[in-house]
Structures are given as structure tokens and as C-alpha cells.
Design a protein around this ligand. Structure first.
Ligand code: NAP
Ligand code: MG
Length: 495
């Protein structure tokens, strides 16, 4: 049985979707379009305008005018906050429609989108709305030793960076748009957003809601298209003051290079290969916790607990428990009721993930369960548990971004920190133990931006999120993100 698609969703996907520039819906300058497929079937879901450098230039121009001369900067913080709050309300009012679009476009189960992606996205706007009235500078009593006797009045102002380019991935399409847009708007910036080519629909729907909430024309522009053209043009554009990117570490490095032209600010949310560590004294809940850590969102999470470490005495039991859960997961289209895991997002990801499976098995790993594609229609992969891996194998070192966990035993707390940190990444980590002192001691040793103790994948708009090492630059969410979207000005007056 499939969930009935709302008429509004049918209409939204039936019409060709256009770019949103300066408050207007417009075709791409080239007139080109591309198709976004339904990953459960491979069939075309909707037709999308293919923006390129010319459209990015137009959108950046609109964002520039909206920042330099538009009404956005003249609104009071309170007025700005109220508009941002309203975006959160409108997301909740359109929750079912957004969740259906997300499930159809991305493949994730509809109930998951409705319970997690949509409310978290709304919460991000609601949380950030409150900060609009709380962005403050300091007064500073300065000494200036080479001007004896002089008196000063000195203060700092925290001001928006300006025009921000935002490039987001397909794993949580609406939520990634919310994580990016909400803090940028709260701090008074204007934005050009480029959604992932695989999942443009909810960002376009969000643009409608943003306009309905009262955000002035040109403040938020959405240009759909490909990374190598639209994305690259946005990252390199000389009139963009900052670029915020979420995606692969590989493309993150290209963004840094592209940003060098005008030295725009850069924040990066990149890949991970996160350790999830289960001690012998962990509660039985650790087994389900370890399964969720990797299989949530089909393993397409930058923080996926993709390296499972289990203390020797419970290795077989925990691995078998995770494998049993993997075998019981019901795969199907995201819009079919009862589906627990949908397809991967695209044919490209299917090939990528099955390529990793083949490489792991060829290198000598054992598939306790899974190890292959599931079925021959859509982009489904069997939830997979690999053992007998070595630290140098590709499946252990590289981000797979699919429902694939590598499991290895460890003997003591002394060797686990080194093993956990033996990665170029540093995004997340999980620790499962009933000895809370041991958990906190290990949490300090792990080089990662988020550490979860006896839980995993817990996110909140008030919690800073981001990576150590090659997992990124800067933090999203919490009050920390406000720094990423503001400049500080020191004003000094001689009295
Ligand atoms: P990706 O290429 O890094 O895509 C992320 C975003 O960057 C998309 O909007 C993409 O546009 C854009 N982009 C691509 N090339 C660009 C360029 N040269 N300049 C500017 N923007 C560019 O990721 P992917 O190809 O979708 O997935 C590949 C792998 O990346 C995954 O297997 C996974 O390992 C990793 N990944 C990580 C995250 C994360 O949250 N950390 C998210 C997604 C993927 P297009 O989509 O239009 O190409
Ligand atoms: Mg790509």
C-alpha cells in the first residue's frame, strides 16, 4: 500500500520547476532543464530548470542589491526575527506536503521525513528567529600604551557578512537548506542557495514559503543546477562575500580553491567516517543504537556510525545483533507504508556504494549480512555488516555513504582512542558504556565535533555541529553559527 500523494504535491511535480531569483520564478537563461528521478523507480519525478553561471550571476546581482540597498537591512531585528519565525510556522503548516516531496525526491521513508526532517527544519528557523534580537557587540576599555593620558570610548559591532552563497547536498535536502538559510537570515545576510541536483524540490517549495513569510525580494534566491556549473560559479563569484558548503571533502577542497579569487569567507561541513564504540559493560540498547547509527537515512549521513568498534568479550554478540536488525529491515519505496529503508538517492550512489562493497570483499572482508544491491529496480542496497577488515582497506578509510558498517574488535580503553582517531575525518563519534567516567574520559580524547554517549544521531538547533580535521571548517547551529555569518567591527573614539 502506498501513501496517497496530496494533490498539491502532484501539481508541484507536474509543472516544470523554475529558478527563484529576485522574488520571481524564471526559466534558466539557457532555457535548459534536467529531470530529477524518483530513486525508488528510476523514473522522472519532475522537470527542473538547469541554472548555470549566467543565472548565478543574475541571482548574485539580486542578492547584492537586496543587501546593499534593499529593505532587508532596514528592518528592525524584531521584525526580521518575526519573519524568520513565520517561515518555521509555514514549514509546519506544510509538513505533509514537504515530507511527501522529500520522500519522493530523496527516497527516504515518508514517516521519517514527517517525524524528523520537517520538524527539525521548522525548529531551526524558530530557534534562529530568537537570535535576531540578541546579536551584540561589546564595549572594551582599551590601554594603548603609546598614547599616555588618552581616553577612549571603544565598542564592537557584529554585522552581516553580506551576500552568502550556499551549496547543499541531497541527504537531508530541506534540513540542510534550513541549517544554512536560518542563521544567514537571522544575521541579516542575503543568500543564493544551490540545492543538490538530485533533490531540488523541497528547496523550491521552501522558497515559496519564504516569500509568503514576508522575506523581501532578492534576499533569498534559489538556483537549481549542477555542481560543476552553477555550484562552481557561485563559489567563485567575485560579489559573493561568503560561501557555505555541505557535501564531500573532495568538493570542499574545490570550494576553497574557488573562494581564493576574492578571498571570500568559507565554512565547510564535509564527510565523516565516524567511530561508534561499544564497551563490554554497555547496556543491551547499544545493539539497536549501533544499528541505527549506521542504517538511519540508509547510511547517507555525514555522521553515520560507519566504523563499529566492539570490545572483545561482546564482539560476536553485538555484531550478530546488528546483523539481525539489518536482515529485518524492510526495504521499499519511501512512499510505501511499512518501508523502513528506502533506496539510495541516485544511480551514481548505487554504483558508488556497490563498488565499495565489491572492493571490501575483494580485499578479504566478510559480509556477515548484505553485501549487494537489493532487487533490480530502483537504487536499493542491502544493509550490510562487514567484519575481518584491516585498517588500511578502502571500506575502512573512505566515506561510503550507504548502509554499510565495518566492525572490528578492541581490547581496552587505552587502544580504542587511537583506533577511533585513525581517520582523516573528525565529525562524530558514539560511546556505549554504563561507566560514565570512562565515557567522559574517552569523549575528551576523540577528535570529533560531536560525541554521543549512550545515544547517536541526536541533533538540536541549539547544539553546535561541525567537524575536526578534514570534516570541515566552522560550526552550524547553536550560537556558534552566528560567528560564521557575521563580521566584527571595532569602533574607537578618542574622547
Ligand atoms: P558533492 O559532489 O560534494 O555535492 C554536494 C553539493 O556540491 C551539491 O550541491 C553539488 O552539486 C555541489 N557541487 C559539486 N561539485 C561542485 C563544484 N565543483 N563546485 C561547487 N559545488 C559543487 O557530493 P555528491 O557527489 O552528491 O556525493 C558524493 C559523496 O559525497 C557521497 O558519496 C558522500 O561520501 C559525500 N557526501 C557527503 C555529504 C555530507 O553531508 N557530508 C553529503 C552528500 C555527499 P550537484 O549535486 O548538482 O552535483
Ligand atoms: Mg557530485
Amino acid at each position: 500500500m502506498t501513501v496517497t500523494v496530496d494533490r498539491s504535491v502532484e501539481e508541484f511535480t507536474a509543472a516544470p520547476r523554475q529558478l527563484f531569483i529576485n522574488g520571481q520564478w524564471t526559466t534558466a537563461a539557457s532555457g535548459k532543464t534536467f529531470d530529477t528521478p524518483n530513486p525508488a523507480t528510476g523514473q522522472t519525478l519532475a522537470r527542473i530548470a538547469e541554472g548555470d553561471a549566467a543565472d548565478i550571476d543574475k541571482a548574485v546581482g539580486a542578492a547584492r542589491r537586496a543587501f546593499d540597498d534593499g529593505p532587508w537591512g532596514r528592518l528592525t531585528p524584531s521584525e526580521r526575527g518575526r519573519i524568520i519565525w513565520r517561515i518555521g510556522d509555514l514549514i509546519l503548516e506544510h509538513a505533509e506536503e514537504l515530507a511527501q516531496l522529500e520522500s519522493l525526491d530523496n527516497g527516504k521513508p515518508y514517516p521519517v521525513a514527517l517525524a524528523a526532517d520537517i520538524p527539525l527544519s521548522a525548529d531551526m528557523f524558530h530557534y534562529m528567529a530568537g537570535w535576531a534580537t540578541k546579536i551584540e557587540g561589546n564595549t572594551i576599555d582599551i590601554s594603548v600604551p603609546y598614547m599616555p593620558g588618552a581616553n577612549f570610548h571603544t565598542y564592537t559591532l557584529r554585522e552581516p557578512v553580506g551576500v552568502v552563497g550556499q551549496i547543499i547536498p541531497w541527504n537531508f535536502p530541506l534540513l540542510m537548506a534550513a541549517w544554512k538559510l536560518a542563521p544567514a537570515l537571522t544575521t541579516g545576510n542575503t543568500v543564493v542557495l544551490k540545492p543538490a541536483e538530485q533533490t531540488p524540490l523541497t528547496a523550491l517549495k521552501l522558497a515559496e514559503l519564504i516569500a509568503a513569510a514576508g522575506v523581501p525580494d532578492g534576499v533569498v534566491n534559489v538556483v537549481t543546477g549542477f555542481g560543476e556549473t552553477a555550484g562552481a560559479a557561485l563559489a567563485a563569484h567575485p560579489h559573493v562575500d561568503k560561501v557555505a558548503f555541505t557535501g564531500s571533502t573532495e568538493v570542499g577542497k574545490l570550494i576553497v580553491q574557488a573562494a581564493a579569487g576574492n578571498l571570500k569567507k568559507v565554512s565547510l561541513e564535509l564527510g565523516g567516517k565516524s567511530p561508534n564504540i561499544v564497551f563490554e559493560d554497555a547496556s543491551p540498547a547499544a545493539v539497536e543504537g549501533a544499528a541505527n547509527a549506521i542504517f538511519f537515512n540508509h547510511g547517507q549521513c555525514c555522521v553515520a556510525g560507519s566504523r563499529l568498534f566492539v570490545q572483545e568479550g561482546r564482539f560476536d554478540e553485538v555484531v550478530e545483533g546488528v546483523a539481525q536488525i539489518a536482515r529485518s529491515i524492510r526495504l521499499g519505496p519511501g512512499m510505501e507504508s511499512g518501508t523502513q529503508m528506502g533506496p539510495l538517492v541516485s544511480d551514481e550512489q548505487l554504483r558508488r556504494v556497490t563498488g565499495y562493497l565489491e572492493s571490501g570483499l575483494a580485499d578479504g572482508a566478510t559480509a556477515v549480512t548484505g553485501g549487494t544491491r537489493h532487487g533490480d529496480q530502483g537504487y536499493f542496497v542491502e544493509p550490510t555488516v562487514l567484519t575481518n577488515t584491516r585498517p588500511d582497506m578502502k571500506v575502512v578509510r573512505e566515506e561510503i555513504f550507504g548502509p554499510v558498517v565495518v566492525a572490528a574488535p578492541f581490547s581496552s580503553i587505552d587502544d580504542i582512542a587511537a583506533a577511533a582517531n585513525d581517520t582523516d575525518y573528525g565529525l562524530g563519534a558514539g560511546i556505549w558504556t554504563q561507566d560514565i567516567s570512562k565515557a567522559h574520559a574517552l569523549a575528551k580524547k576523540i577528535r570529533a565535533g560531536s560525541v554521543w554517549i549512550n545515544c547517536y544521531n541526536v541533533f538540536d538547533a541549539s547544539l553546535p555541529f561541525g567537524g575536526y580535521k578534514q570534516s570541515g571548517w566552522g560550526r552550524e547551529m547553536g550560537h556558534e553559527v552566528l560567528e560564521a555569518y557575521t563580521e566584527v567591527k571595532a569602533v574607537t573614539t578618542l574622547l
